[in-house]
Design a protein around this ligand. Structure first.
Ligand SMILES: Nc1nc2c(c(=O)[nH]1)N[C@H]1C(S)=C(S)[C@@H](COP(=O)(O)OP(=O)(O)OC[C@H]3O[C@@H](n4cnc5c(=O)[nH]c(N)nc54)[C@H](O)[C@@H]3O)O[C@H]1N2
Ligand SMILES: Nc1nc2c(c(=O)[nH]1)N[C@H]1C(S)=C(S)[C@@H](COP(=O)(O)OP(=O)(O)OC[C@H]3O[C@@H](n4cnc5c(=O)[nH]c(N)nc54)[C@H](O)[C@@H]3O)O[C@H]1N2
Ligand SMILES: [Mo]
Length: 766
């Protein structure tokens, strides 16, 4: 287990000398997974609370796991949780507390020196705190004064568009709906969210091609598939419960193709901890084929498969009936793909022609194909064209809108998809605003707002002055850390609604507020009685979540209550019913049912055993609500991302011991790393070519097209079997390397998975 940070000592997160490196693992979960989870849970919350809490994860009367957005099946195990879900729960249900005495002991400047790991380890926030102008310490403040200050700063702005309302994807549907309503009633669509850094590229590509920005498969489709591609995703760490679904599909004969520069343990073999055989046996082999692709090579791979399909003699290589009835743009797509340059494909992918041809064999043998993907596809310059090409691939064989087949963007945060459905979006659809206007009787702003990257630019340029974060850790999750930190420091007020301490509390505007809130695991009681909230998973299923633990402190407010009270303190004009919404969340759900399509009889259906599934026209009726009224095949230019001599393409990934910017511990068990995070994984052949030894200490220096450089100092080099020319290191330590202007075309998502870097040896000893 990871070393714990001593309370007030050197920060072990920055200590690379203690890092231990061993062989990467070739299988995921099983006994070490269970013991690692329980150890962390006991450590954070003790034995009794662990037992009480973990049995309620994802159970019918329980709470939705705050870990990830993977859906729960119908037949939930007594403890349908995974190692990393348990860590997420332990992190929230910890018995450690951050009190007013803590803030009296530590200046804000001192907190800004601490690692993410240390900050998170201090425990749950317990009361609202204020950092007054010129003060070095946060001090306690009443909720009323806190809302008064926010209202005062918001109302002092020259325009509502000088305010930013950020959301992280853990916020419930009810809180998200109230929050976007508040922002729009205040007068802005500035609703940047974590999705802008996450699956925005998927949403952009899917809306254009199939007419809806969400995945088209349900859990049972995955179970029934013949062939499943897992592309740019590390489910063993980030969606462990997905491994059960893959295991089940394999038992029914599915093949799995994993496409990844890293041979992630969770893609190779799975020992199911929910079954005795998984605890002792050798587990289930997962990937039948591993395509060790170069970073950013996926557009080339899928275009090559599409070309091979178009050229194939197999009678059913292309589903002509489907294309004729449902697709638009076939001729232009075909002409383009038939001109594909094989040399470019081999250069971009690093694969052989034989590997791609063999994969075509898998494809031709499969009637039902699902493609799953996550951040490995979404965080590149060409992410939107890449995902469009994946859609082309599925459409060619009619693999959208029938059982066992479809697109499966695997979402990150547990309610990130629901937040978007509730209107957390800087570019809201006119129909959504019309419905909002009709229901609430005010005219919402129509002009598009700022997304995450544009929000940083606005703060940097002084055109945004008040920042409110509904969860998350904006300063740490975003790119170009130095630029972003300066941007936030330029604000008049930064305020964070949070459960735990993080760097966004330490890098502040002139004044700052910490607004501590209830977590998913906790009882939420309002004047009308106990409340529950709802969430939407990665597959469009909406269900209730009800916490049972006593709140971490009596001074916490729910996110809903915070929004409603802030709205009452800030807004003039007709009352939109804030007090009623805070008092009884059914009132919010009633209003949602009249504004958001698919939520009719919300209050009734959310009380049904498994909740309900939102409609999805392509999946349910093969109807594609796009501009052409059909599924759009698209033309996507292949541009090979060339890296100059002596440079590597760096991706920033999650370790097994973190949840985004929350660092649970300093190990990455599956990749063989212990007690350290400042490591960079490089192919041994590249190390040799660069003349850098395994174990050397290097600075990572990124080179951007405008000639600027960015430096992340002191990383230990680890020779690792990643694809040639590629490197990997952990985020958020490496966010400093991602230029703010390096974003995906269309979606504006930071390119966190393809950064050109050089390794500079520092001569520093380990
Ligand atoms: N325990 C835990 N669970 C989590 C999270 C967490 O931090 N911890 N985060 C949550 C969130 S918000 C999200 S979005 C998801 C993230 O889930 P993932 O997307 O699985 O997370 P990453 O660590 O970013 O891993 C990216 C994977 O894509 C591969 N990859 C990178 N670039 C490319 C490429 O160009 N092509 C291909 N084919 N592969 C590539 C990497 O090697 C890696 O395996 O997980 C969610 N669940
Ligand atoms: N370089 C690089 N950067 C990345 C990524 C990457 O792969 N590489 N991934 C990106 C992705 S996919 C994402 S989604 C973003 C994540 O960006 P965010 O969502 O902003 O970041 P998190 O680290 O998930 O936020 C953690 C904080 O959320 C708060 N929190 C936890 N639970 C709750 C709750 O129930 N309510 C409230 N109000 N607060 C809560 C806690 O205070 C905790 O410190 O990061 C992005 N940044
Ligand atoms: Mo994410």
């Amino acid at each position: 287990m990871s070393r714990k940070a001593p309370a007030d000592d050197v920060d072990p997160a920055d200590d690379i000398a203690g890092t231990e490196v061993s062989e990467p693992k070739t299988w995921a979960a099983g006994v070490p997974g269970v013991t690692a989870a329980l150890r962390q849970a006991y450590d954070q919350m003790g034995v009794r609370r662990t037992a009480l809490t973990l049995v309620r994860v994802n159970q019918k009367p329980g709470f939705d796991c705050p870990g990830c957005a993977w859906p729960e099946g119908d037949h939930r195990h007594l403890a349908e949780f995974c190692e990393n879900g348990a860590k997420a729960v332990a992190e929230e249900a910890t018995t450690r507390r951050v009190t007013r005495e803590f803030f009296a002991r530590h200046t804000v400047a001192e907190l800004a020196e601490r690692s993410d790991h240390w900050l998170g380890q201090q425990g749950r926030l317990t009361e609202p705190m204020i950092l007054r102008a010129g003060s070095e310490h946060y001090e306690p403040v009443s909720w009323d004064e806190a809302f008064g200050l926010l209202a005062e700063e918001l109302n002092a702005l020259d325009s509502p568009d000088e305010a930013l309302f950020y959301t992280s994807g853990r916020t419930s549907n009810e809180a998200a709906f109230a929050y976007q309503l508040f922002a729009r009633a205040f007068g802005t669509n500035n609703l940047p969210d974590c999705s802008n850094m996450c699956h925005e590229s998927s949403g952009s590509a899917l809306v254009e091609t199939i007419g809806i920005g969400k995945g088209s498969v349900l859990l049972e489709d995955l179970h029934q598939a013949d062939l499943i591609f897992v592309v740019g995703q590390n489910p063993g760490t980030n969606h462990p419960r997905m491994l059960s679904a893959l295991e089940r599909a394999k038992k029914d004969g599915a093949r799995i193709v994993a496409v990844n520069p890293l041979p992630e343990a969770g893609l190779m073999r799975f020992k199911n901890p929910q079954r005795a055989s998984g605890l002792v046996g050798k587990g289930t082999g997962l990937a039948d084929r591993f395509l060790q692709i170069r970073l950013n090579g996926d557009l080339a791979l899928f275009q090559a498969l599409n070309r091979l399909l178009l050229e194939s003699d197999a009678p059913d290589a292309v589903d002509e009936e489907f294309l004729t009835a449902h697709a638009h743009g076939f001729e232009a797509f075909r002409d383009h793909v038939l001109g594909l340059d094989w040399d470019a494909v081999l250069e971009a992918t690093g694969l052989t022609r034989g590997e791609i041809a063999a994969t075509l064999g898998d494809v031709l043998a499969a009637k039902k194909i699902v493609v799953c993907w996550a951040m490995g596809l979404t965080q590149h310059r060409n992410s939107v064209p890449t995902i469009r090409e994946v859609v082309n691939f599925l459409l060619l064989r009619g693999n959208i809108g029938r059982p066992g087949a479809g697109v499966c963007p695997v979402r990150g945060h547990s309610n990130v998809q629901g937040d978007r459905t509730m209107g957390i979006y800087e570019k809201p659809a006119p129909a959504f605003l019309d419905a909002l206007a009709e229901e609430f009787g005010f005219e919402p702003p129509r002009e598009h707002g700022l997304d995450t990257v544009d929000a940083i630019r606005a703060m940097r340029d002084g055109t945004a002055k008040v920042f409110l974060g509904m969860g998350g850790n904006f300063v740490r999750a975003t790119p170009d850390s130095a630029v972003t930190e300066a941007a936030l420091r330029g604000c008049r007020l930064t305020a964070q609604v949070s459960t735990k301490l993080n760097r966004s509390h330490a890098v502040t505007g002139t004044r700052a507020l910490i607004l501590p809130t209830l977590g998913r695991t906790e009882r939420d009681v309002q004047d009308s009685g106990p409340q529950f909230v709802s969430v939407e998973d990665s597959m469009g299923m909406v269900h209730a979540s009800r916490g049972r633990l006593a709140p971490a402190s009596p001074d916490l407010l729910s996110e809903v209550a915070i929004v409603c009270r802030l709205a009452r303190a800030t807004l003039s004009g007709p009352d939109l019913g804030w007090a009623e919404m805070e008092r009884d969340y059914d009132v919010i759900r009633d209003r949602v049912s009249r504004v958001v399509p698919g939520f009719d009889r919300f209050n009734e259906r959310i009380r049904e055993k498994n909740g309900f599934t939102l409609p999805h026209a392509p999946r349910d009726e093969r109807r594609f609500p796009t501009a052409t009224g059909k599924a759009n095949l698209t033309v996507n230019e292949l541009e090979v991302l060339r890296v100059p001599e002596g440079r590597l393409l760096l991706q920033t990934v999650r370790s097994h011991d973190q949840y985004n910017t929350t660092i649970y511990g300093l190990d990455d068990r599956y990749r063989g790393i212990k007690a350290g995070r400042r490591v960079v994984f490089v192919n041994p052949a590249d190390l040799e070519a660069l003349g850098i030894g395994d174990g050397a200490v290097v600075d990572l220096v990124s080179e951007w097209t405008d000639g600027t450089e960015r430096r992340a100092p002191a990383f230990r080099v680890v020779g690792y079997p990643t694809a040639r020319g590629c490197a990997a290191a952990y985020f958020p330590e490496t966010n400093v390397l991602v230029p703010l202007d390096s974003t995906a075309a269309v979606s504006n998502t930071p390119t966190s998975k393809s950064i050109i870097v050089r390794l500079e040896t520092t001569g520093r000893p380990l």
